[in-house]
Design a binder for this molecule. Structure first.
Ligand code: AGP
Length: 588
């Protein structure tokens, strides 16, 4: 996923664009660039590196001009090089473009344009947009130019282009593009975070919308050239500011925001929860789909809905959905869980289910996201912007909301609502052990392999902990059903192995101790995460006792997040921006 931003207004564009790209850098950060229009010229500055590096390299912030576009890249087509960084321009440097998504027919278009004499400088798919615009721009009619260009593009994309005469255009197809309107100017961005500091008035473009910004006017029309009218929405990110505050990294700040997230789960929009629960409760089978961390939440959702609410559930990881011959039909419900609401695999699964006639429910953090907009009903996790690429507070927010939903479906016998404040307090107690967990990270710094064991509702937490360790510290980690050890994984265990056992004192506890003893005889180092110590553990991480043991997942994930965070720091890795990853995987 990349960040695209454009600005045209009364202020100097460069410093605004640089700051916007900083706010959105979590979307992709292997290269950065901006193009400023000044005195009829398109001036492009771009390089490999993050926003700070490139800003410093070119002194981006002081480039003069009131119109410009900017981009941070997460490479999909073409290596991470300066030539492949955005903005791209055509042969005459009269138009510069920035792009998010994939142009599926870029090879065909590139060959056609080369046949017309165009010369390409990069090996990206995006550059074809610049040359196409240029090839249609001959008559200087920006509306016609943009329509002709958009009609040729295939794929999931959003782009913004700046013309030498100071006009900006943009269009979207299955990738977000949002106008931020303020006195004396407009932003056009892939994410509200790109302009939220300056305005909360947002216009969410629909698929196949085209926007043209000239002087102080905004025109919206469709691919047929018909004017379209889109409402202005007031957006707000409650409860969270965008800076790191007293924390070194967004990831640590967001880990510490989790007690507050638990406290407020399921409080607001109770009318919407009723509608959501009515649909859930009134169906034969619920198919739950998600990716990554959200999929681990889906596994817990299945456990709770099936065992407590007695609703038959199937979980399908979204990337597998197209290959799954599930019996999903028009009497089913698809519950999609996605923090960003823009994950390509999740959107694709929802589209397929919708075409079959299933009802679509979703749990999202961004109420204006593509997934929310295509759902029959959606609930927001309301945890504020999550900037760190590794999902932490959004996982806890998803989990808490699911507990709140199941609690409601079971007439509150689950005890989540009744115990929320206590759970938040228990979370704070766990987070207070940060220094101790940091020391444990020091002991694991040389680990080659870390295995995480769990049973029942704790197994998805073992998977989630393993994912956090992998994505933040690049150490191989694997979540395993503890009862499966003897069926193979035990062969991996030796004196160099580290095993984390998620073992609160519930009905899985004794079986886990047996597993711990099996592992101990093979010389592995065992870290026990439990409310109850045991001599089998070499290292013990105490959890507060929680009467309702089914609620432990909310707090037992916390030490694993902290551990992964400090493993990243020990290995001198930036936890906010792990290599090769992006916050939302908007391409398949
Ligand atoms: C989790 O830490 C990762 N960032 C990733 O697995 C993420 O959970 C996954 O891409 C799903 O994102 P979504 O919730 O926005 O759909």
């Amino acid at each position: 996923m990349c960040s695209i931003i454009g600005y045209k207004g009364q202020l100097n564009a460069a410093p605004l664009l640089v700051d916007s790209l900083k706010q959105m850098e979590y979307r992709g950060y292997d290269s950065v660039g901006i193009a400023i229009i000044n005195d009829g010229k398109v001036i492009v500055r771009k390089s490999v590196g993050n926003v700070s590096n490139v800003t410093e390299k070119f002194n981006l912030g002081i480039m003069p001009g009131h119109t410009g576009i900017g981009h941070t890249r997460w490479a999909t087509h073409g290596r991470v090089t300066e030539e492949n960084a955005h903005p791209h321009y055509g042969c005459t440097n009269s138009i510069a473009i920035v792009h998010n998504g994939v142009i599926e027919n870029h090879r065909e278009l590139r060959n056609e344009l080369i046949g017309l004499g165009h010369r390409f400088k990069s090996d990206t798919d995006s550059e074809v947009i610049a040359h196409l615009l240029e090839s249609y721009y001959a008559k200087k009619d920006i509306k016609k130019t943009t329509i002709e260009t958009c009609r040729r593009l295939k794929g999931a994309y959003a782009f913004v282009a700046a013309f030498e005469d100071g006009r900006i255009c943009g269009s979207r197809c299955d990738q977000p593009l949002i106008i931020g309107s303020l006195d004396g100017g407009y932003f056009i961005s892939s994410d509200v975070l790109g302009f939220l500091k300056h305005t909360d008035k947002a216009i969410f473009l629909h698929n196949r919308d085209i926007a043209i910004i000239e002087s102080n006017a905004l025109q919206l029309f469709d691919f047929e050239g018909n004017a379209v009218n889109r409402e202005t929405t007031q957006v707000a990110w409650e409860g969270s500011s965008l800076d790191k505050g007293k924390y070194a990294f967004h990831t640590l700040k967001e880990i510490h925001e989790q007690p507050a997230v638990v406290e407020k789960a399921g409080i607001k929009k109770s009318g919407k929860i009723k509608e959501f629960c009515d649909i859930l409760g009134d169906t034969r089978t619920v198919y739950i789909t998600a990716s990554g961390t959200s999929y681990h939440c889906a596994l817990i959702a299945k456990y709770l809905l099936s065992n407590l609410a007695k609703i038959h559930c199937e979980t399908i990881v979204s990337s597998e959905f197209p290959y799954t011959l599930e019996s999903i039909d028009n009497s089913s419900v698809l519950l999609a869980i996605s923090q960003s609401g823009e994950t390509a695999d999740v959107l694709e699964a929802a589209r397929v289910a919708k075409q079959i006639g299933s009802k679509i429910l979703s749990i999202v953090n961004i109420p204006t996201s593509s997934l929310a907009r295509m759902s029959d009903s959606f609930l927001e996790i309301e945890c504020g912007p999550e900037v760190g690429v590794a999902a932490t507070k959004s996982f806890t927010a998803q989990l808490s909301l699911i507990y709140a939903i199941v609690d409601r479906l079971c007439n509150y016998v689950l005890g989540f609502q009744a115990n929320k404040i206590f759970l938040a307090e228990a979370s704070r107690e766990v987070l207070d052990q940060e220094t101790k967990i940091q020391a444990i990270a020091g002991k694991l710094r040389q680990a080659r392999d870390i295995y995480l064991l769990g049973r029942s509702i704790h197994y998805p937490i073992a998977l989630e902990g393993a994912l956090k360790i992998k994505e933040l510290s690049y150490i191989h980690a694997e979540g395993i059903v503890a009862g499966e050890l003897k069926h193979g994984p035990l062969a991996l265990i030796d004196k160099n192995t580290y095993v984390i056992i998620i073992n609160p004192d519930d009905r899985t506890h004794c079986d886990n101790i047996i597993s711990a003893r099996e592992i101990k005889t093979r010389g592995a180092t065992i870290i026990g995460i439990s409310n109850k110590p045991n001599e089998a553990y070499d290292i013990f991480l105490k959890l507060p006792f929680i009467g309702e043991s089914i609620l432990y997942p909310i707090i037992e994930v916390l030490p694993l997040q902290i551990l992964a965070y400090y493993l990243a720091l020990i290995k001198n890795i930036d936890p906010d921006y792990p290599r090769n990853l992006a916050k939302s995987v908007t391409v398949k």
